[in-house]
Ligand binder design. Structure first.
Ligand SMILES: Nc1ncnc2c1ncn2[C@@H]1O[C@H](COP(=O)(O)OP(=O)(O)O)[C@@H](O)[C@H]1O
Ligand SMILES: [Mg+2]
Length: 354
């Protein structure tokens, strides 16, 4: 397959209402050609609605949508250069895998022989060479998902849309199929918009992640940026677990800031922070616990500890509230009621606002 130039995607002040209910109040975003961008957010935040508007299955109440620079806002689905992989696969059960993949090409007027050649080709791309004769019911869930991906790719869209494409697969297959989708996207270089509510999946496959909340964008950036520098408690907690606690910013020096929690001082990324009270997000694995000494600056007491094979989980009571701590280094778990000194590692600590 020889995909045409991948398209960009632009939403300009898009609003979408269903009757009196506004699902998307005012959404603007840009997706660069050839990138895989994930819309991530809790159920009901507007991911599917956004994707359906891009596919032409819904139309905005106001605003504009551009694909590859072309205004498609009011174009029907079949006049847009996009294709969609649905959560349910939506394969025709009475048609073979090959016919399912060739269907779109044939119905747009391509000769049967050529359509079937292209379909064979697309099936080999997704690792299903020779499986074209099977009916969907004769394929595993993962294989059906690949057929759905092949069917979407065979028409060589400018943009591929995937709505929770792994949610019908069991946990072990999910990791495999998400890797395959990402590898295919990088190899062929198409633009992909990927929807999921699963942050691990988003971190694993994306060039960029757009975190949505209540029909708007809560934060967007590269996976690492969102994980390391969450802009709010919502993001910190959504992108993996985080302890959120009050601190004081006592010094800002260019890109670096010093925070204080009781006697503890710690340097953090100081980009766009001011002196004064703030909230700190601390990853559970960014905290170290050692037996308390007389001069320990920040202390707590272990309430629970649980040994889980490759790590120990603790709940620690402190003056700043209860902390959840994951320790992957300790050989012997510290027992409950141990008084501990609390310190932070370099990574996994971020100021999330005042
Ligand atoms: N056809 C519709 N009619 C009325 N409300 C809808 C319709 N489609 C979606 N919604 C509502 O819009 C909001 C966003 O839905 P959706 O985009 O499906 O969220 P997500 O995919 O993030 O779970 C939800 O509150 C949902 O109930
Ligand atoms: Mg959805």
């Amino acid at each position: 397959m020889n995909p045409k130039a991948p398209g960009s995607v632009v939403f300009e002040n898009v609003r979408k209402s269903f009757g009196a209910f506004t699902a998307i109040p005012d959404l603007s975003l840009t997706i660069e050609p050839g990138t895989l961008v994930t819309l991530l957010g809790p159920s009901g935040c507007g991911k599917t609605t956004t994707l359906r508007m891009l596919a032409g299955l819904e139309h905005p109440s106001s605003g504009r949508i551009l694909i590859g620079g072309k205004d498609v806002t009011m174009l029907p689905a079949n006049e847009r250069d996009v294709s969609m992989v649905f959560q349910s696969y939506a394969l025709f059960p009475h048609m073979t895998a090959l016919d399912n993949v060739a269907y779109g090409l044939e119905s747009s007027g391509m000769k049967r022989k050529e359509a079937r050649e292209k379909a064979e080709n697309a099936l080999s791309l997704v690792g299903l060479a020779g499986m074209g004769v099977r009916l969907p019911a004769e394929l595993s869930g993962g294989q059906q998902q690949r057929v759905a991906v092949a069917r979407a790719l065979v028409v060589e869209p400018q943009v591929l849309l995937l709505d929770e494409p792994l949610s019908n697969l069991d946990a072990r297959l999910r990791r495999r199929v998400r890797t395959d989708i990402r590898e295919l996207q990088q190899r062929l270089g198409f633009t992909a918009v990927y929807v999921t509510h699963d942050q691990d999946e988003a971190l694993a496959v994306s060039d960029r992640i757009i975190v949505m909340k209540d029909g708007g964008i809560a934060q967007q950036g590269a996976p690492r940026e969102l994980y390391d520098a969450p802009a709010s408690a919502f993001i910190a907690d959504f992108m993996g677990e985080a302890n959120v606690m009050p601190c004081d910013i006592i010094e800002v020096d260019g890109d670096s800031a010093t925070i204080a929690i009781e006697g503890l001082r710690h340097k953090v990324n100081g980009r766009s922070v001011k002196r004064g009270p703030a909230q700190l997000a601390v990853r559970p694995n960014a905290i170290t616990l050692t037996p308390r000494r007389d001069d320990s600056p920040f202390n707590g007491q272990i309430v629970h500890s649980a040994y889980l094979g490759d790590h120990v989980e603790y709940e620690v009571q402190t003056e700043r509230g209860s902390l959840f701590v994951v320790d992957t280094t300790v050989d012997a778990a510290l027992p409950p009621r141990t008084d501990v000194a609390i310190a932070f590692k370099d990574r996994g600590i971020a100021v999330i606002g005042g």
